[in-house]
Design a protein around this ligand. Structure first.
Ligand code: NAD
Length: 481
C-alpha cells in the first residue's frame, strides 16, 4: 500500500515529518487500514511554490479549457462512484448509500462550477464621461489554500476545488488526516483528467505541523477553511494581518423549532434525519429540538420511537447510522452523555454503546429531555448523535432560546402558520433557514454558510456567487486616445 500521500508539482512523494498519519476503519479500528508519514513544513512550502509556478499559465487558460477539464473530472467521479463511496465508508464510517450520495453530489458540483469558468463575469457600467468605457473584470486570486474537515471528505473539497479551479486559481489542498485516502483519490482523478502539474497540490499532515506554514505563507493569496470554530478562529486571527481574502465556515448547534400547529410526524422525521443522519456529524445537524409544551409529549414520543428503531452498524452494511469517525469523537460523545446527566437532563433513550458492538466507535441515538438552554449540552457542539430537547411556553421563548447561542449556522421551524414562519425567517440568527424542513441538506445552487461563531461571513460557499471569493474585482476606465 502506498505511503506517498503528498502531491507536489505533479509528483507523489512521501511525507518528511515525524508525524505518523494512521487511518482506521471506525467500524473496526483495531487494525489500521493505512499508515504513512505526514507532510513537513518544508514540503508545504514546496507545494505553495509549485502552485505559484503554475499560477500564471493556469490563470491565463481560456474558460473553455478549464470547463472542459472540470466536466471530465465530473464524468470520472461518476464512473468511479462505487470505489470512491467504499473508500469514504471505510475510512469515515458513513453508510454506503450516504457515501454514494456524497460522491454523486460532488460530480454535480464539478459540473455546476465548470460553467462558472465562463460565467464569472464582471459588469459594464454607464460612464460619466462619454469617451470612457467603464467596466469590471474578475481575475483569479492566484494560489489558494483549501483546508477541509473529515465529515464530507469529498463533498467539501469538491465545493472549494471546483470554483477555485474554474476561476483560474492554483491550489494547495489540505484535507483532514482522518480521511486522507479519499482526498488522495480525488487528486488522482483531477490529475488524470487534465489538471496540469502544480495546479492542484495535496498536503496531508497534522494541522499543528503544517497548518500555520500553509495559511501564513506570503505566496498564499486566499484561504478557504471549513472545520471547527476553534481552528477557524485561529486561522482568522493569524491570516487577518496579511489582509488576504479568507473564508471560514465552522461549527453549529442548530435548532429545530416545533410550534403547536406543526405536523408532528413530519417534524419527528426531520428531527431524526437531522440529529442522527451521518451519526450527528454534520455542521448543520439538528442538536436542539425546541418544542412548544402543548405538543411536546407527542413530538418527543414520536422522535424516541423512531430513534429506537434505527439500525446501527458498519457503513459497508448500509445501516441507518454508522459509527463515530474516531476514538476522539467516540470519547466526546460519551463525555457529553455523562455531562448532560450531571447537569440534570433526563436521558430518554440511548446513551450507551449498542450491545455486542464494542469493537467499533458506536453509540445509540441519544435523546435528552428536561434540558435547560444554559446547560453545556445545549450550548456546545458535540458533533455526535446526541439531541437535547428544550421545552418552551410560546413562540417568543422558542425564538429567544434558538438565538441564545454563539453559533448561527442552520435553523428550522415546523408550523402551519406562515406569518410565524415569516417572522422566524426574519428573526432567527442563522445563515441557512428551513421552514418545515430538516436543518441539514442544501442545494448546490443555493448559497451556504453561517452567521456568528459559525462563519467569517466574508463570502458564502456554493450558490451563484461562490466564484466571488476566488476572484479579485478590478474596475477599469478605458478612455479613447
Ligand atoms: P478541525 O477544525 O479539527 O479540522 C479542520 C481542518 O483544519 C483539518 O484539515 C485540520 O487538519 C486542519 N487544521 C487543524 N489545525 C490547523 C491549523 N492550525 N492551521 C490550519 N489548519 C488546521 O475540524 P474537524 O474535526 O475536521 O471537523 C469537524 C468540524 O467541522 C465541526 O466543528 C463541524 O461543525 C465543522 N464543519 C463545518 C462545516 C460548515 O460548512 N460550516 C461543514 C463541515 C464541518
Amino acid at each position: 500500500m502506498t505511503t506517498n500521500y503528498q502531491f507536489i508539482g505533479g509528483e507523489w512523494r512521501e511525507g518528511q515529518s515525524d508525524d505518523e498519519i494512521v487511518v482506521r476503519d471506525p467500524a473496526d479500528p483495531a487494525e489500521p487500514i493505512g499508515a504513512f508519514p505526514g507532510a513537513s513544513g518544508g514540503q508545504t512550502a514546496d507545494a505553495i511554490a509549485a502552485a505559484k509556478r503554475a499560477s500564471t499559465q493556469w490563470g491565463q487558460t481560456t474558460p473553455d479549457t478549464r470547463d472542459a477539464v472540470l466536466y471530465d473530472v465530473a464524468d470520472r467521479i461518476e464512473a468511479e462512484l462505487e470505489d470512491l463511496a467504499e473508500t469514504i465508508s471505510r475510512e469515515e464510517g458513513k453508510p454506503i448509500s450516504s457515501s454514494r450520495g456524497e460522491v454523486a453530489r460532488t460530480a454535480e458540483m464539478f459540473r455546476y462550477f465548470a460553467g462558472y469558468a465562463r460565467r464569472s463575469t464582471g459588469d459594464t457600467v454607464p460612464s460619466n464621461d462619454p469617451e470612457t468605457f467603464t467596466y469590471t473584470v474578475r481575475e483569479p486570486l492566484g494560489v489558494v489554500a483549501l483546508i477541509t474537515p473529515w465529515n464530507f471528505p469529498i463533498g467539501t473539497p469538491g465545493w472549494k476545488l471546483a470554483p477555485a479551479l474554474a476561476t483560474g486559481n492554483t491550489v494547495v489542498f489540505k484535507p483532514s488526516s482522518e480521511t486522507p485516502m479519499i482526498a488522495r483519490r480525488l487528486v488522482e482523478i483531477l490529475s488524470a483528467e487534465g489538471v496540469p502539474d502544480g495546479v492542484v497540490n495535496l498536503i496531508v499532515g497534522a494541522g499543528s505541523t503544517v497548518g500555520d506554514d500553509l495559511t501564513t505563507h506570503e505566496d498564499v493569496d486566499g484561504v478557504s477553511f471549513t472545520g471547527s470554530t476553534e481552528i477557524g478562529s485561529h486561522i482568522g486571527e493569524t491570516v487577518a494581518s496579511r489582509g488576504i481574502p479568507i473564508q471560514t465556515e465552522m461549527g453549529g448547534k442548530n435548532p429545530l423549532v416545533v410550534l403547536p400547529d406543526a405536523d408532528v410526524e413530519s417534524a419527528a422525521d426531520a428531527t431524526i434525519a437531522g440529529a442522527f443522519g451521518g451519526t450527528g456529524q454534520a455542521c448543520t445537524a439538528t442538536s436542539r429540538l425546541i418544542v412548544h409544551r402543548d405538543i411536546s409529549r407527542r413530538v418527543v414520543d414520536a422522535v424516541v420511537e423512531r430513534a429506537e428503531s434505527l439500525t446501527i452498524g458498519p457503513g459497508m452494511e448500509d445501516p441507518d447510522m454508522g459509527p463515530a469517525v474516531s476514538a476522539d469523537q467516540d470519547e466526546t460523545n460519551f463525555e457529553y452523555v455523562d455531562l448532560a446527566q450531571k447537569e440534570g437532563a433526563t436521558l430518554r433513550t440511548g446513551g450507551d454503546r449498542p450491545d455486542g458492538m464494542e469493537s467499533g466507535y458506536y453509540i445509540e441515538p441519544t435523546v435528552f429531555t428536561d434540558v435547560d438552554p444554559e446547560m453545556r449540552v445545549a450550548q456546545e457542539e458535540i458533533f455526535g448523535p446526541v439531541l437535547s430537547v428544550i421545552e418552551v411556553a410560546d413562540y417568543d421563548e422558542a425564538l429567544e432560546v434558538a438565538n441564545d447561542i454563539d453559533y448561527g449556522l442552520s435553523a428550522s421551524v415546523f408550523t402551519a402558520d406562515m406569518a410565524k414562519a415569516r417572522d422566524f425567517v426574519r428573526s432567527v440568527e442563522a445563515g441557512v433557514i428551513k421552514v418545515n424542513g430538516t436543518t441539514t441538506g442544501s442545494d448546490i445552487q443555493m448559497p451556504f454558510g453561517g452567521m456568528k461563531a459559525s462563519s467569517s461571513e466574508t463570502h458564502k460557499e456554493l450558490g451563484q456567487r461562490a466564484y466571488k471569493f476566488y476572484t479579485h474585482e478590478k474596475a477599469v476606465y478605458r478612455t479613447d486616445p
